[in-house]
Design a protein. Structure first.
Length: 410
């Protein structure tokens, strides 16, 4: 029957849940593409440039630092001009930076272009979180984010396999060229399918006084601090795992490039299972109850890797098992933490997302600097670092998140 003239029709949603999750998965998937496709190339870069491990490690740490700092820029810019134009500009620049990295003739230029990649990746991540808050309330947003991160998990499974094949067949430059291709595909998809999700642009978002006031508001909120620290803690352990894994699996355990790619793909598959568990537990236990349970897996994985690190010749199945435990826990913490950090700030989602990403990046940059000097040809630095990150993550989940996390639902 036709609607009566006096009945108000609900506006059609900008995106269905599946459409939103698919686009978010493509944007968020650029992060594992940027790191995981590149990981098999690290030993080849060491050989070609004759660079020390600490300098090659800087190609990861510098990317993460730029990724964090530029979120502070992209977040307010996205609140001022909208999500769509920011994404289209940043993705185009990402493709160009990736080609520059593939053509680098020295470690200095490679680090420069990796910084440029991190700066543009920041826009994809900060806009993704802001889009979730534009479209959904926090609790539903966590479900959508978990669904999107399941898609990211598929990308993360394929990335090290593709990176290993490209590095083995064509060298390390092919890995970086592949990142540029992925950025171009993302640009085309966003230009074709992504509408503007920001209901009202904030014309004062870039004013200095407004930025400081909004930043103080976000940073002072206990819910933001709880979720931002949770995400920073769990990602710190993952960053240590990603950065040290090529040396651990190929140098210590004797894996080939293909076997290393398979090991990382397995970890990504388990991460994907973690996002599935997250969606189920969110319905049963809510945000706080879900991360409370996920922390047990994180802690077991981190402490287990520490045990492996102090064994002279740890069996590879044991290393892969504890790797998997940590990946499963990360698949639970990441969607909950990302949705929870921006939850209390529907009018400042870009700023909140940027600050959360900045906290994460500074923590990861710090542990990256430590790792670059600590790598000694054994699993010990990997185990110590992951154990410390796991303990910090579990402590935040069982204290700060338990006390303040539910405020994200109001």
């Amino acid at each position: 029957m036709p609607a009566s003239s006096g009945a108000a029709l609900a506006p059609a949603p900008l995106l269905t849940v599946v459409q939103a999750a698919t686009l978010l998965a493509l944007l968020l998937g650029l992060q594992p593409v940027m790191t995981d496709v590149y990981l098999p190339a690290l030993p080849l870069i060491v050989r070609e440039f004759g660079a020390p491990l600490s300098q090659v490690q800087m190609t990861m740490s510098a990317l993460i630092l730029a990724f964090g700092l530029m979120q502070l820029v992209w977040g307010p810019v996205a609140d001022r001009f909208g999500r769509r134009p920011v994404l289209l500009i940043a993705l185009a620049l990402m493709a160009a930076a990736s080609i520059g990295a593939a053509l680098a003739t020295s470690m200095t230029w490679l680090i420069f272009w990796r910084i440029a990649q991190g700066a543009t990746l920041a826009a994809a991540t900060v806009c993704s979180r802001a889009i979730v808050r534009d479209l959904y309330e926090p609790h539903q947003g966590a479900h959508v984010m978990a669904l999107a991160l399941s898609g990211l998990g598929v990308v993360a499974i394929a990335s090290p396999l593709v990176g290993g094949l490209l590095a083995g067949a064509f060298g390390w430059r092919a890995c970086l060229a592949a990142v540029g291709v992925c950025a171009a595909i993302a640009w085309l998809t966003m230009a074709w399918r992504l509408p503007e999700t920001l209901a009202a642009r904030n014309p004062s978002a870039l004013h200095g006084a407004t930025l400081l006031r909004n930043a103080r508001t976000v940073l002072a909120h206990p819910t933001f601090r709880a979720w931002a620290l949770l995400v920073a803690g769990t990602y710190a352990g993952l960053f240590i795992l990603l950065s040290a894994s090529s040396y651990a699996y190929t140098g210590v355990l004797g894996f080939s490039s293909a076997q290393y790619g398979m090991a990382m793909a397995w970890g990504s598959f388990v991460y994907l299972l973690g996002t599935f568990a997250c969606r189920r537990w969110l319905r049963l236990h809510g945000l706080v109850g879900t991360v409370h349970r996920g922390a047990f897996f994180t802690l077991a994985g981190g402490l287990g890797m520490a045990v492996c690190g102090f064994i002279a010749a740890p069996p590879w199945p044991a290393v892969l098992f504890v790797h998997s435990l940590y990946a499963f826990g990360h698949g639970i913490h990441q969607p909950c933490g990302q949705a929870g950090a921006v939850g209390p700030f529907p009018q400042m989602a870009g700023v909140a997302s940027a600050l959360a990403g900045c906290v994460l990046a500074f923590v990861a940059f710090g542990v990256g600097l430590w790792l670059g000097s600590a790598l000694d040809g054994t699993l010990r630095p990997l185990g110590i670092g992951m154990a410390a990150a796991a303990c910090a993550t579990a402590a935040v989940a069982w204290t700060l998140v338990r006390r303040h996390g539910e405020a994200a639902r109001r």
